[in-house]
Design a protein around this ligand. Structure first.
Ligand code: GLN
Length: 446
């Protein structure tokens, strides 16, 4: 079972913040009894799943890897976790992450360091690093993460697993602790594309509890696992293959392009002229929304409250100063600044306009192509400590993934060979609500 693996490797990898072993084993035994009595079970029934610690789980601590929520036990369960339970899946535990999902290496966790199972001296990526390492190390079969600017796809690529960010609105965010509400989306990590299709069947769908959840007819995603991409048109934007991309990663990309052509797809270079502006626009929008979303942690309602405060303002200030880590504070300050009177038009509003231009780049590209292809990350997993003191360098990690969030479209990262014994991830980007075509292409490369 996965708990045997947990016993063997968790001490080194540290994917989990909370392990719910007893509940999980009890539930798994129930499924065993069902099988023994000849009852039919669902495709994912009894499968152990790890949940990123920013999804609320009733009765189970949910910390967002932040000291400010160190003792928070939610009184309700996120819709996506309800769906996982309803499918008969078994929650193995809650995974480590960058605090409030801000980061690309999981080093911003307020509690522990997660290591990449491929090389323990390296990061698993982030912010959903624990969810990626859990699947890569066999400590869970499937996991859930969240992706605001790349936090599923980049760690999937670093850990050699499949990671998919669904279309904005395809999966309910009810019960996901908000970072940047217009960008956040929950999605799975799996070992292969078949599991991914099955898991999307479980988690997608409209939810009246999330006003941004989309009411679209849901398809059975397994029907896209056909092993045929003849005639599919794939664009490769040259801006995603620029100088910052590691030469080894480019090599793997070129090989994949060759393979796709061989399989009958039509692969062509294209251009997305506004790509360079995605990064600054993202860091204005994401920090602005974060500064507003994180105002609720004041020591009154949830989590940490300092003792012996002089008065209520002193209590707010000291609870927030002690509870939040450096990166979270940096983002709150940046976001508050860009939203303040006098700067709003110059920064935030400008960023929203740039967001529209980026979205139009995609609209135009998808008039011609069914999919776009790029690296998922500019490099393979980097060393622990290498970037932690250089926030800009860390932000640049998401250069290939951020435009997708700004446009709200779906994208998947799939393992695509190794460079120096470390996994490389390739990203397919698709039209809104066309996760099916992503899976179809990904499946042929497996
Ligand atoms: N690394 C990006 C950030 O720090 C993306 C994070 C995410 O997708 N949650 O904002």
């Amino acid at each position: 079972s996965v708990f045997k693996r947990v016993d063997q490797v968790e001490e080194k990898v540290k994917s989990y913040l909370t392990i719910t072993r007893d509940q999980a084993i009890e539930k798994a035994e129930e499924v065993d009894r069902k099988i023994a009595s000849g009852e039919k079970i669902g495709p994912l029934e009894g499968i152990p799943v790890a949940i990123k610690d920013n999804m609320c789980t009733e009765g189970v601590r949910t910390t967002c890897a932040s000291k400010i929520l160190y003792n928070f036990v939610p009184p309700y369960t996120a819709t996506v976790v309800e769906k996982v339970h309803r499918a008969g899946m078994v929650m193995a535990g809650k995974t480590n992450m960058d605090e409030f999902a801000m980061g690309s290496s999981t080093e911003n966790s307020g509690f522990q360091l997660t290591r990449n199972p491929w090389d323990l001296e390296r990061v698993p990526g982030g912010s959903s690093g624990g969810s990626a390492s859990a699947v890569a190390a066999g400590e869970a079969i499937i996991s859930l993460g969240s992706d605001t600017g790349g936090s599923i796809r980049q760690p999937a690529s670093f850990c050699g697993v499949v990671g998919l960010k669904p279309t904005y609105g395809a999966v309910s965010r009810y019960g996901l602790v908000a970072f940047a509400s217009s960008l956040d989306q929950i999605g799975p990590f799996t070992r292969d594309v078949t599991d991914m299709a099955q898991m999307l069947n479980v988690i997608c769908g409209h939810d009246p509890m999330d006003s941004t959840s989309a009411n679209v007819q849901q398809s059975d995603y397994t029907q896209f696992l056909v092993n045929d991409i003849k005639g599919l048109k794939i664009g490769v934007p040259r801006e995603y293959m620029a100088d910052g991309i590691d030469p080894g990663v480019k090599e793997r990309m070129k090989e994949a392009m060759g393979k796709l052509t061989e399989l009958g797809a039509w692969v062509e270079e294209t251009s997305m002229p506004h790509t360079d502006y995605a990064m600054p626009a993202y860091y204005l929008i994401a920090t602005a929304e974060a500064s507003s979303n994180l105002a609720r942690y004041d020591g009154v309602r949830y989590g940490l409250r300092v003792e012996d405060a002089e008065d209520v303002v002193d209590m707010f200030m000291r609870s927030r100063s002690q509870g939040f880590g450096t990166e979270v504070k940096r983002r709150i300050m940046l976001g508050t600044y860009s939203l303040s009177a006098g700067y709003y038009d110059a920064y935030y509003l400008k960023a929203l306009k740039v967001r529209t231009l980026i979205k139009r780049d995609f609209d135009r590209a998808f008039e011609k192509y069914d999919l776009l292809l790029s690296p998922a990350s500019p490099s393979t997993a980097f060393k622990i400590g290498e970037m932690v003191n250089d926030p800009i360098q860390m932000y640049l990690q998401d250069i290939c993934t951020i435009p997708v969030n700004l446009a709200g479209i779906p994208a998947v990262s799939i393992p695509c060979g190794l460079v120096n014994n470390l996994p490389v991830g390739l990203q397919f980007m698709g039209r809104a609500f066309d996760e099916g075509t992503l899976l179809r292409a990904a499946y042929t490369l497996e």
